[in-house]
Design a protein around this ligand. Structure first.
Ligand SMILES: *[C@@H]1O[C@H](CO)[C@@H](O)[C@H](O)[C@H]1NC(C)=O
Ligand SMILES: *[C@@H]1O[C@H](CO)[C@@H](O)[C@H](O)[C@H]1NC(C)=O
Ligand SMILES: *[C@@H]1O[C@H](CO)[C@@H](O)[C@H](O)[C@H]1NC(C)=O
Ligand SMILES: *[C@@H]1O[C@H](CO)[C@@H](O)[C@H](O)[C@H]1NC(C)=O
Ligand SMILES: *[C@@H]1O[C@H](CO)[C@@H](O)[C@H](O)[C@H]1NC(C)=O
Ligand SMILES: *[C@@H]1O[C@H](CO)[C@@H](O)[C@H](O)[C@H]1NC(C)=O
Ligand SMILES: *[C@@H]1O[C@H](CO)[C@@H](O)[C@H](O)[C@H]1NC(C)=O
Ligand SMILES: *[C@@H]1O[C@H](CO)[C@@H](O)[C@H](O)[C@H]1NC(C)=O
Length: 790
């Protein structure tokens, strides 16, 4: 996992003098405690919508405003980092907390917040096995599809990759306003009819972390991807068809994006796997202005999810939503309950699951038994070698237990030279590839890693190496105990298709329900009702898509995540990989239904998902095939073919979002933070569970509740839908009316779901579903209820 390197957010806002006083006190104490009061930090100053005629006018107004705080134009120029001049007005600057506070006090400022750092949602240690992406679109008109534009905010692109060739694509859609920004090692010729735009953002990163050059890592000051992640996600969304690719022979086949004819607009806001708030905001602002149709964001905050009203991704994607652009974002790789991020309702939140392909790298023992192992191991061992348990090869003074993890300087090189070393895992976050480097450094020839938790995630090593689970480890143990000269040979990876069961939820995929921590200020402010953790839309993430062992384009110079060599295609895992699958499906739905709103596309994807795996059972979770709930996969596993023709659609717009936020406790100040507009809540806002969302959740259910929904019919001719309900345990469900009759395309029908609890759910959630069907289409919504009282 990539650590969260940002400092925790310090948040300031405009407030009444009395609140300011409290807050200043609070901040002073905080700064006294860490002695950092003179430090400059990177703050984003957000001023909402603006009426300036052009960017220059906004920029000069920004400079003027900052000069009034810093005392001079020169100081203002030195402090200024970025301007936001398009969808909204604002800037970012290096400021002292005191300066930030005075800015927050200024009339035209909506909010001031410290720029935080986000991680790319892949873990370098989770190396993985490939998927050929979605094959089902062949029947559709490619002309329509080739006009869909997906914006990818990530680490850039390797433009020479065959996945980005533009063979067969027509002219760039006229409406698109993006451009090919030249930079280091990136010329106008690097863009084409596939890569129709490439921009890069580094000022925010440098303001917080110093010059890019100071990071001792290869990079190009341009949209060129030197990390691999951005090329991987972009090619997963919209890579061209490329035959006969593989990772060193593993997973050989044809690579293609979900929408091979889509256009890609590249926004590089991540450097060395870190992405700053200020740069992300600039990137999304440009993407909206350029005219992308879908935004793909394989990035996110560390959990818990920050408040929507001070989170740059939430704010920027809300603006995108209002402009008709659906954002698809990764839920995170934090594997524990209540860690899902990017959970704003206007974002399609994507979990990760496996596909039906395994990468077996088995072990032949000297007694002719075979242990089942897993890894991405192209290396052949020519002969059987002696096996040694790392616990019996401890360096002098190191306890056997410490040596078992094969960390640096714990092994006795005399004991491991020429041998296969058996290592174990200390925690799930161990750097597995590093263990293989340690073993090689000590002269070991191969490694068997006992790793029951992560064996389903394909890793790459620098020597022949494989992961085994507990059962195999016991088998190995008894062999080591009975054989004086135990030997083995690790076989190179065999790619196994049609593996069952699949999909399975990935061990790392973040789990709901979503929890939002109000920021520091909210604890002292009266504008937010709950001082505690807040649950908003309880069924999160929204969907799961392939994110384990995905093969896609890579930067040949990014060798830190490979076995060592340069590769053009790599296999990695993460919700970073599942997000672009969902983005691609969103692009397909958008191209089939250009007039559909972001929420309609979201609905089409969610209501057609399935919770059944390829053995006909409910999807289980790695590593122990344990049972799951909608908090693992939301509505289920993505089904691109069905999503194109969902039958019925649950739709909502930005007014509904405002109402929803009001009912969860937001006040005008919160709303202003998000929208940039002065909005007031209705006196009795619609309860949050009545947001016309494609899933149904009630987090504090006290007695009977009636949930309201409205569906829009998309189909030809008259039809009748009837519901099929799976009751949540202990709750009666009645749907009224019990049939929905439609005469023609576009008609809307409302219905009510009466929920009558017979018993409390003891602080847990109970789950069910409602599926409308006309015999052809199945329109399914999961239900999650936390029954507090009856
Ligand atoms: C610059 O681009 C070329 C491909 O045109 C590539 O071979 C080279 O490694 C790149 N250098 C850097 C530092 O990215
Ligand atoms: C880069 O390397 C230099 C010299 O090896 C070292 O002093 C510096 O701390 C390193 N910087 C980073 C960011 O690792
Ligand atoms: C695929 O590529 C490999 C080399 O990477 C080559 O040996 C093989 O013949 C190719 N197969 C086809 C069908 O082109
Ligand atoms: C507005 O945003 C600022 C900056 O993130 C935050 O400190 C403040 O609490 C927010 N205000 C409200 C009312 O949400
Ligand atoms: C062994 O590991 C324990 C626990 O991680 C640690 O406290 C101890 O210092 C280690 N001992 C040696 C000799 O490395
Ligand atoms: C292990 O530590 C030694 C110094 O004790 C260092 O030279 C080597 O690079 C380290 N190896 C790894 C894999 O970190
Ligand atoms: C390695 O040694 C440890 C400590 O004796 C033992 O618990 C473990 O089972 C051994 N592993 C194998 C595969 O034999
Ligand atoms: C809850 O609904 C059930 C079924 O409609 C009804 O019998 C019961 O009286 C209701 N309870 C309350 C407190 O309204």
């Amino acid at each position: 996992m990539i650590a969260f390197h940002g400092s925790s957010p310090t948040v300031l806002r405009k407030m009444s003098p009395i609140t300011v006083l409290k807050v200043i006190l609070f901040l002073e104490l905080a700064f006294l405690a860490n002695g950092a009061s003179s430090n400059f930090k990177h703050y984003i100053v957000y001023m909402g919508e603006h009426s300036h005629p052009n960017s220059d006018s906004v920029m000069s107004a920004n400079h003027e405003m900052l000069a009034s705080i810093t005392g001079s134009v020169d100081k203002a120029q030195a402090a200024m980092v970025l301007h936001y001049t398009k969808s909204f007005r604002g800037f970012s600057a290096m400021l002292t907390p005191e300066q930030a506070l005075s800015l927050a006090d200024s009339e035209s400022v909506i909010s001031v917040f410290e720029s935080r750092t986000h991680s790319l949602h892949t873990t370098h240690s989770w190396d993985f096995l490939g998927v050929k992406s979605i094959n089902q679109y062949n029947g559709l008109s490619m002309k329509a599809i080739s006009d869909v534009i997906v914006g990818v905010v990530d680490s850039g692109v390797w433009p020479e990759s065959a996945s980005f060739n533009d063979k067969g694509l027509g002219p760039i859609p006229r409406r698109f306003k993006g451009k090919c920004v030249v930079g280091e090692n990136f010329t106008l010729n690097n863009c084409n009819r596939k890569l129709i735009s490439a921009r890069f953002y580094y000022k925010g990163f440098e303001a917080e972390n110093g010059p890019l050059e100071s990071h001792n890592a290869t990079f190009s000051r341009s949209a060129r991807d030197t990390d691999g992640h951005g090329s991987h996600t972009a090619s997963t969304v919209g890579g061209s068809v490329v035959k006969n690719v593989s990772l060193n022979g593993i997973a050989r086949g044809t690579a293609r994006g979900g929408v091979p004819n889509a256009r890609l607009a590249i926004y590089k806001a991540c450097w060395f796997n870190q992405c700053g708030d200020a740069d992300i905001l600039s990137a999304i602002e440009d993407a909206i202005e350029d005219g992308v149709d879908i935004l793909s964001l394989s990035i996110g905050p560390s959990p818990p999810q920050p408040s929507f009203f001070s989170d740059s991704i939430s704010i920027a994607t809300y603006h995108a939503f209002r402009k008709g652009i659906l954002s698809s974002a990764s839920a995170g790789n934090d594997r524990l309950p209540r860690t899902a991020t990017n959970v704003a309702p206007w974002i399609l939140t994507v979990a990760a699951s496996s596909i039906d392909r395994d990468f077996d790298s088995n072990v032949h023992l000297g007694n002719s038994k075979t242990l089942k192992g897993f890894s991405l191991n192209p290396l052949k061992m020519k002969k059987y070698s002696r096996i040694v348990n790392a616990t019996t090869a401890a360096a002098p003074g190191v306890p056997p237990k410490n040596a078992s993890f094969c960390k640096n300087n714990t092994l006795d090189t005399n004991m491991i030279r020429g041998k296969i070393v058996v290592c174990t895992i200390d925690t799930i976050l161990d750097k597995r590839r590093e263990k293989s480097i340690v073993v090689r450094q000590g002269g070991g020839v191969a490694m068997i890693l006992v790793d029951p938790l992560a064996k389903d995630v394909g890793f790459q090593f620098v020597i022949p190496a494989t992961l085994i689970d507990q059962t195999e480890a016991e088998e190995l143990h008894s062999y080591l105990k009975t054989e004086k000269n135990p030997v083995a040979k690790i076989l190179p990876t065999a790619t196994i298709l049609n593996a069952e069961p699949a999909p399975r939820m990935a061990v790392f995929s973040s789990i709901g329900p979503n929890i939002i921590t109000p920021d520091i200020i909210k604890r002292t402010s009266h504008s937010f009702i709950s001082p505690k953790l807040i649950k908003i839309l309880v069924v999160q993430p929204d969907i799961t898509a392939p994110g384990v062992n995905i093969l896609a384009a890579w930067s040949p110079i990014a060798t830190k995540a490979t076995a060592e060599g340069s590769v053009g295609y790599n296999i990695i895992s993460g919700t970073s990989m599942s997000c672009p699958h969902a983005s691609a499906v969103a692009a397909i739905v958008k191209s089939c239904h250009p007039s559909w709103s972001p929420s309609a596309i979201q609905s089409a994807i969610m209501t057609t998902a399935t919770v059944i795996d390829n053995t006909g059972m409910t999807i289980v979770k790695d590593p122990f095939r344990s049972s799951t709930t909608p908090f693992n996969y939301g509505s289920g596993h993505i089904n691109p073919v069905a999503a194109v023709d969902p039958g019925l659609v649950y739709d909502y717009d930005s007014n509904d979002v405002i109402d929803f936020l009001c009912s969860t406790g937001a006040g005008p100040k919160n709303l202003k933070n998000l929208t940039g507009e002065q909005l007031t809540c209705k006196k009795h806002p619609t309860p949050s569970y009545n947001l016309n969302y494609p899933s149904i959740g009630v987090s504090n259910m006290k007695g009977n509740v009636s949930v309201l929904r409205t569906v829009t019919y998309y189909g030809q001719g008259p039809t009748t839908y009837t519901p099929n309900v799976e009751n949540p345990k202990g709750v009666g469900v009645a749907v009224k009316p019990n049939t929905l009759v439609f005469r023609k395309n576009g008609e809307k029908r409302s219905f009510k779901i009466d929920l009558t609890p017979h018993k409390t759910s003891n602080g847990n959630f109970v789950f069910g579903s409602i599926t409308w069907s006309n015999g052809i289409h199945r329109v399914r919504s999961p239900i999650a209820l936390n029954v507090i009282s009856i």
